[in-house]
Design a protein around this ligand. Structure first.
Ligand code: SAM
Length: 240
């Protein structure tokens, strides 16, 4: 797995030192071990973990490297730590907060953070709707990431309240994001963001195109957002 990841990462232009490769291997091992008891992720073969979880998460570095002023990053709906924990391993100087609603998943991330002795890493077993209303969290991250959490009109309400004005939100999406993006126009307008860039990429050994959707926060989010937990999904912000 390690060689496959190293080769694929190099080919994609990401430099990883030995300590980072060791940590990513340890994360994959931890995931495989726990998955034998608890179903934490559908992807269980180590080569698939290397490409579909680790390398896919590393692609967020394409955006991070364009935004050198990032200090604090939050990852919403991290699951077993993707992409937030992988980003932290690859760029340890970042202060990273991982927000995950399911306790057993947050516990796994906490265990890995402790085993890997990662500093400046906060794991919160809570819903992003709560985080987005908390002092010290609201509008305090220069970058918020999310992968495979919800459709864009919902995800916008989970992520954008956490982004500082002038900061960015990065949503990792597959090939079919265009309908979601047009459905999110109203939410972006209400919550104070604009699409700044779409960066397409392709993972090796897979046929499906991937996309990094980058949004810039241009205005503060009105105080009534995010609404209470569950509301963004129940009544997505959509015009009409
Ligand atoms: N981002 C990870 C990945 O790509 O492997 C996990 C994806 S998983 C399909 C979606 C995760 O988002 C779940 O672990 C779920 O508990 C979490 N989630 C969904 N809604 C959430 C919310 N409102 N706040 C925090 N976490 C949430």
């Amino acid at each position: 797995m390690r060689e496959l990841l190293q080769r694929a990462a190099e080919r994609a232009g990401f430099t990883l030192g030995q300590p980072q490769l060791d940590a990513l291997q340890q994360l994959a091992d931890g995931l495989i071990a726990l998955n034998q008891h608890v179903n934490l992720t559908a992807i269980t073969a180590s080569d698939e973990i290397a490409i579909k979880h680790l390398l896919d998460s590393l692609y967020c570095l394409r955006v991070i490297e364009q935004l050198p002023s990032i200090q604090r990053l939050a990852d919403v709906g991290s699951g077993a730590g993707f992409p937030g924990l992988v980003i932290k391993i690859a760029r340890p100087q970042l202060d990273v907060t991982l927000i995950e609603a399911t306790s057993k998943k947050a516990d796994f991330i906490r265990q890995m953070v402790s085993e890997l002795q990662l500093e400046a890493t906060t794991v919160l077993a809570q819903r992003a709707e709560e985080s987005g209303r908390q002092l010290g969290m609201r509008e305090s991250f220069e970058l918020v990431t999310a992968r495979a959490v919800a459709r864009l009109p919902i995800l916008a309400e989970l992520c954008l309240p956490l982004v500082s004005v002038g900061g960015h939100w990065l949503a990792q999406k597959g090939a079919d994001y265009t309908d979601e993006l047009s459905d999110a126009a109203h939410a972006l307008d209400v919550l104070g963001a604009e699409l700044s860039e779409v960066i397409p990429y392709q993972l090796p050994r897979t046929a499906t195109p991937r996309n990094l959707l980058v949004f810039r926060k241009v205005r503060p989010t009105p105080p009534q957002y995010p609404r209470r937990p569950g509301m963004p999904a129940k009544r997505p912000l959509q015009a009409g």
